[in-house]
Ligand binder design. Sequence first.
Ligand SMILES: [Fe+2]
Length: 212
Amino acid sequence: MISRGYRRTTRATANAKIRDNESPRRRLRSFLLCAPHSKDVSHTRCVQKELTMHRTKNDLPESTRVAMIKLLNDRLADAIDLFNQVKHAHWNVKGPNFIAIHELFDQVAEHVEEASDDLAERAVQLGGVADGLTASIAKRTSIKSIGLDLPDGRSYVDAVSTSLAEYGAKVRQAIDTADKAGDKGTADLFTELSRSADKDLWFVEAHLYSER
Ligand SMILES: [Fe+2]
């Protein structure tokens, strides 16, 4: 078990080692050596794996691109987790308004899937590696999971709206983070995804109002 303090120290060391003029080939080699987590690979190299960068003529400073790739991968994990949660709800929901809610969840899942594609591709455009592996998603996601088997349709609507709202809040924060970092393109992507998440939340939450 590696302590948080040690992790921070090794991350700082890894950051310090990655200079703008370091060869991309060397960085890729670090990644390849690190990938199997073999006995003779130090933790520092494992940390470098997260920061592996590919050559690009994109003129954003590398430090900005590294920060944006981390941010994009964090939100990518949220989006993939949210997609799975909404699909789970689509399959298992029962009760009054079944067809309407079942179909709505499918539409929301489609929008979230498109969002995950945009997030992943932006990370690669900036010279990074898009991390869509299942084990990484489980570790990285910040969205609380909905229950395995909820008692009725209203519970599914409530649970999905809570997860959508959490995702929407994180994406909204990311707009400001990207803007402050000077990456208007990533900020614009997050703005678009935020608007879409807000709209989906509206559609789902509308099912929570009781009839008069
Ligand atoms: Fe389906």
